[in-house]
Design a protein around this ligand. Structure first.
Ligand code: HPA
Ligand code: ZN
Length: 337
C-alpha cells in the first residue's frame, strides 16, 4: 500500500529542525559568492555544490557534521539571507504537509561572526510571516545554546537586551541546547534553564543522541525540560523510559539524521515500536534536512513507514502526540486535532 498521500495529508507538526540546517550546498555557494565568504582552501569538498553534497553522504559522527554545519553558516550575513533560508525551509514544509513548525536557530554561531541577533531574528520573522500568509503554516522560534562553548558564553548571550526582548515579546518562545553532546552534560547549563523557567519560557535540550541516557535524566531533572530532542538512547534505561511515558514528555526523533550521523545503524533499528508499545510520546522530524540527504519531514515519515509498516491507528497516535506536545496556543491544537 502506498502511504505517501496519507502521510502527506496528516496535519504534521515539526519540532526538531535547525533553520541553519536548511542551507543547501547550492544556496551556500550562491550566498558565499554574493557575500565574498571564503571556504577552507585545504578541503576539496568545497570545490562545488556537487562535491559538497557528496561529502555530506559520508559523515562519520555528530562532530564531523557540525564541522560542515558551522562553516556553511558563515555564508549567512544579511537579514534577507536568513529570510531566504527560512523561506526555503517553509516551502518544503508546505509541500510536505506541515501544519505547524517549531524551529531552532543558533544565535551564538552568528554573534561570534559579528552578525547581530536582530539581523538573524528579523529575517526569520519575515519568513514566518510569509509561511503563515502563503501556506497557512503556524510556527514558533526556539533559541538554542551551543554546549561546546563555555556556559558563560551562553549566559552572556541569554542576557543580551535583544535576546531578552525577543523572549518578552514572544517572538522566541523557548530555549534549546545543541552542538557536540559527548563530554558536555546538560547540568553545565543549569543557570540558563533556571532563568528561562523564571521567564516562563519553554525548555528543551538535545540529549541521548550520541550521549548516554543519563544525559536525558539530567536534562529532565536539572534543566527541567518539557521535551527531549532525539532521546533515542532512552531504551538503555527502562525505568527512565517508564518515567518519560508517564510524564508525557515528547521526544523529537530524527530518523535520517540518526542514521547519517551514525547514531543508529538503520532506521529499522530505531526504537519506534518500543516507544509505541511503552506509550512514549514522540514526533518525527528532519533535524538538518539540507545536510542529511535533502530529506525533509515527509521523507522521514515515509522511511519510518518503510521500516515499521505502522497501522493507520499507530500513525494517528503519533500525529496526535505531535499536536499535544506542540507549544502553539490551545486553539491551534484544537483545530489540528
Ligand atoms: N545535534 C546537535 N547539534 C545540532 C544538531 C544535532 O542533531 N543539528 C544541528 N546542531
Ligand atoms: Zn538537532
Amino acid at each position: 500500500e502506498d502511504f505517501t498521500a496519507f502521510l502527506q495529508a496528516l496535519p504534521k507538526c515539526e519540532h526538531h529542525m535547525h533553520l541553519e540546517g536548511a542551507l543547501t550546498p547550492e544556496v551556500l555557494f550562491q550566498l558565499a559568492a554574493k557575500n565574498h565568504t571564503t571556504f577552507p582552501s585545504d578541503d576539496p569538498a568545497f570545490t562545488s555544490p556537487a562535491t559538497l553534497k557528496e561529502r555530506y553522504n559520508h559523515f562519520t559522527s555528530l562532530d564531523d557534521f557540525l564541522h560542515y554545519y558551522y562553516i556553511g553558516m558563515e555564508a549567512l550575513v544579511t537579514s534577507s539571507d536568513f529570510e531566504a533560508l527560512a523561506c526555503d525551509y517553509f516551502q518544503h514544509a508546505a509541500a510536505d504537509g506541515v501544519a505547524h513548525a517549531e524551529v531552532f536557530f543558533d544565535p551564538q554561531a552568528h554573534l561570534s561572526r559579528g552578525i547581530t541577533y536582530d539581523t538573524v531574528l528579523s529575517g526569520f520573522m519575515a519568513a514566518r510571516h510569509r509561511a503563515k500568509t502563503e501556506f497557512g503554516i503556524t510556527s514558533e522560534l526556539i533559541c538554542c545554546f551551543l554546549r561546546h562553548l563555555p556556559a558563560s558564553n551562553s549566559l552572556q548571550t541569554f542576557a543580551l537586551p535583544s535576546v531578552q526582548a525577543s523572549f518578552h515579546n514572544k517572538q522566541v518562545i523557548g530555549i534549546g541546547l545543541d552542538s557536540s553532546e559527548l563530554d558536555f552534560p546538560p547540568e553545565l547549563f543549569k543557570d540558563i534553564y533556571t532563568d528561562a523557567e523564571k521567564l516562563g519560557l519553554k525548555r528543551t535540550a538535545h540529549a541521548g543522541e550520541e550521549g548516554p541516557a543519563s544525559y536525558i535524566q539530567t536534562a529532565l531533572s536539572t534543566l527541567r525540560t518539557q521535551r527531549i530532542d532525539h532521546g533515542i538512547r532512552l531504551i538503555e534505561d527502562p525505568s527512565l523510559l517508564h518515567q518519560i511515558a508517564t510524564a508525557k514528555i515528547l521526544l523529537t526523533v530524527c530518523p535520517y539524521s540518526n542514521v547519517l550521523l551514525r547514531c543508529a545503524t538503520s532506521i529499522a533499528s530505531l526504537p519506534i515500536r518500543h516507544f509505541l508499545s511503552a506509550g512514549v510520546q514522540f514526533s518525527i522530524n528532519s533535524d538538518d534536512p539540507a545536510y542529511f540527504g535533502g530529506h525533509y519531514i515527509l521523507d522521514n515519515y515515509l522511511a519510518v513507514q518503510d521500516a515499521f509498516h505502522l497501522s493507520l491507528d499507530e500513525w494517528a497516535t503519533i500525529c496526535r502526540a505531535g499536536i499535544s506536545g506542540s507549544w502553539c496556543c490551545e486553539a491551534r491544537k484544537v483545530v489540528l486535532l
